[in-house]
Design a protein around this ligand. Sequence first.
Ligand SMILES: Nc1nc2c(ncn2[C@@H]2O[C@H](COP(=O)(O)OP(=O)(O)OP(=O)(O)O)[C@@H](O)[C@H]2O)c(=O)[nH]1
Ligand SMILES: [Mg+2]
Length: 255
Amino acid sequence: MNYLASRLRWRRGINSRAEKKEMIIIPAYNEKENVAILVKKIRNTLGDIGILFVEDNSPDGTGAEIKKIQSSDPNVYLLERAAKSGFGSAYRQAFAWVMKNTATQFVVTMDADLSHPPEALPELIGRLARYPVVIGSRYAPGGKIENWGLFRQLLSRFGNIYARLLTGIPVADLTSGFLAFRIDWLKRLNLTSSKSEGYAFLIELKYLFRQAAAQFYEYPITFVERREGKSKFSLGIVAEGVIYPLKVLWRRLSR
Ligand SMILES: Nc1nc2c(ncn2[C@@H]2O[C@H](COP(=O)(O)OP(=O)(O)OP(=O)(O)O)[C@@H](O)[C@H]2O)c(=O)[nH]1
Ligand SMILES: [Mg+2]
């Protein structure tokens, strides 16, 4: 990835960040109705920890909404990109920045659409004392999905079984985007060759942790389908999610 070419603009100076041990990274595209509610819920659950949004010049004004939040909350950070550049690349850029510039010890990845319950954050982060990677899991015993139609449920269920079989990663919810991990483990991953974007990126991240011999813990969550805003779910994202586990299988077989 060409960091120089990407137009990053940081809304806060280097001095105001880095005090917090935890950083929640949230990619947000056209999530205007959700960001303020999400920040409020995080603050009510965990208090004043770091929150970093990666926002791609959303036409609905999500960027302006985040700046409004920043005016009264100094621990909300914003990485603004000039155009929609993908979910995976949003995380890759955010990880690189957090590793380089902050004293963060614990990273959380989370969607902006309120699908991932902020109430689970203390459980996820708390377990990092014993596990390098904790997954907010829909498919761990006790996990649930609310308001998904049969098609999404089946696609996700079979997609996860398929990805698990091909990659051999012992995780029930490989496509979960709600993760907590320790930064010393993130630093061991080779993310430079990563190009994936949607579900494939979520599987790849777990594959890279697995290659680094990280142990996973799956904490059951109730995933709630978004109420506001539109899905960025597309056929291309599904196709990429089908192809990526095949690539991993090929790598495993040719070893
Ligand atoms: N910055 C940025 N964020 C993105 C991009 N694509 C998706 N996101 C965000 O990534 C998160 C996950 O995307 P969603 O649209 O919720 O995908 P999904 O969960 O498969 O679809 P839903 O069923 O609608 O929830 C959300 O917070 C999105 O706003 C992107 O290209 N750039
Ligand atoms: Mg979503």
